[in-house]
Design a protein around this ligand. Structure first.
Ligand code: ADP
Ligand code: MG
Length: 328
């Protein structure tokens, strides 16, 4: 609808991968055990995500695509204790603003499903639709009404690369969920749901995503300091990459990027590594939610730690100790 809405939408939705990220997070939040992603032409023609989660009641479909409507927080205080991936209630509204959007959903107690179409932010009425329990969202012609954004889209190959990356981060955070990704009808990833999220199963998921060779080179690391738990894997220096940053960090189940923690990793490897090479690591940090503010950035990749210094030391210390005690 309005220009202001489209600018706001552009803050959250930068490219097809942003759509995939938001829709996958919603599927995980909905408790889905199976999520299928179908992409056509790098996501510009079509992004379709189907989940078997809790679904949305027919009369709540219009609310789901309304800006700042979220079922996930009740008060401002909750923002600092979020347990779900989404919490701002702006993703669906933003996506529907800049695409031809169809949402089909059914809850377990409903006899049938319902469908809502939104074209460029303009919603049609809710219509009955036959569908299984869960939610399917189709996003076609992304940015068809925002020429400047469209101009910045890269080749389908580049866009599918970003989509794969977004999906990898979420698949690492939800190892018990079965994910598939197909591009132009070809299966890119088939990641079976694992029985637990414990480290051995996590390694299996890492292998499916990044190859068995990398998974086999990983050694486990673990530490705990004043309620902050660090667990995951690092690879020895000879496995480091010069071109590909295989550094994944989950904070309370959410993939984040943190400059300072990346720096700590580099420090841990310093002297062991040739310059310009990146250590490989897959790490999970778990801490009480009040020690971190995840509400810094609209896409939630950046966070603010209450005691960043202590965390830095813990990460650096844990990895250094591992390297001193293990023959890598
Ligand atoms: P947020 O995730 O921040 O709450 P979104 O705009 O991503 O905001 O989603 C709006 C609301 O729509 C969610 O709070 C949720 O209630 C509902 N919703 C979105 N996607 C799904 C889904 N796949 N399954 C069930 N409910 C969903
Ligand atoms: Mg969301």
């Amino acid at each position: 609808s309005s220009v202001v809405n489209k600018i706001a939408a552009g803050e959250v939705i930068e490219r097809p991968a942003s759509v995939v990220k938001e829709l996958l997070e919603n599927a995980v939040d909905a408790g889905a055990t199976r999520v299928d992603v179908a992409i056509e032409r790098g996501g510009v023609d079509l992004i379709r995500i189907s989940d078997n989660g809790c679904g949305i009641a027919a009369d709540e479909l219009p609310l789901a695509v309304t800006n700042h409507a979220t079922s996930k927080i009740a008060s401002a205080d909750d923002l600092f204790r979020v347990g779900t991936l989404g919490f701002r209630g702006e993703a669906l509204a933003s996506i529907a603003e800049v695409s031809r959007f169809v949402m089909r959903s059914r809850t377990a107690d409903a006899a049938s499903g319902a469908e809502l179409r939104v074209h460029g932010g303009v919603a049609e009425g809710v219509a009955p639709a036959g569908c299984p329990v869960g939610t399917t969202i189709e996003v076609r012609d992304l940015f068809y009404n925002v020429p400047v954004r469209q101009k910045f889209l890269r080749t389908p190959g580049t866009e599918i690369g970003h989509i794969t990356e977004a999906m990898s981060r979420i698949a690492l955070a939800a190892p018990q969920t079965h994910f598939t990704l197909s591009h132009n009808g070809r299966v890119v990833h088939d990641l079976p749901g694992l029985p637990t999220s414990e480290l051995p199963h996590w390694r299996e998921r890492i292998g499916r995503l990044f190859g068995d060779e990398i998974a086999a080179a990983l050694v486990p690391v673990e530490s705990e300091n004043q309620g902050v738990r660090l667990a995951g894997f690092v690879a020895g220096p000879h496995e480091s990459r010069s071109n590909n940053r295989l550094q994944y960090l989950l904070l309370n189940g959410r993939a984040i990027r943190d400059r300072s923690l990346q720096h700590a990793l580099g420090e841990a490897y310093r002297g062991l590594l040739l310059t310009g090479r990146y250590p490989i690591c897959f790490l999970r940090l778990d801490m009480p939610p009040e020690l971190v503010d995840v509400n810094v950035h609209p896409t939630k990749l950046e966070v603010r730690f209450q005691d960043g210094g202590r965390l830095y030391s813990q990460l650096l210390g844990t990895i250094r100790t591992k390297f001193l005690s293990t023959d890598l």
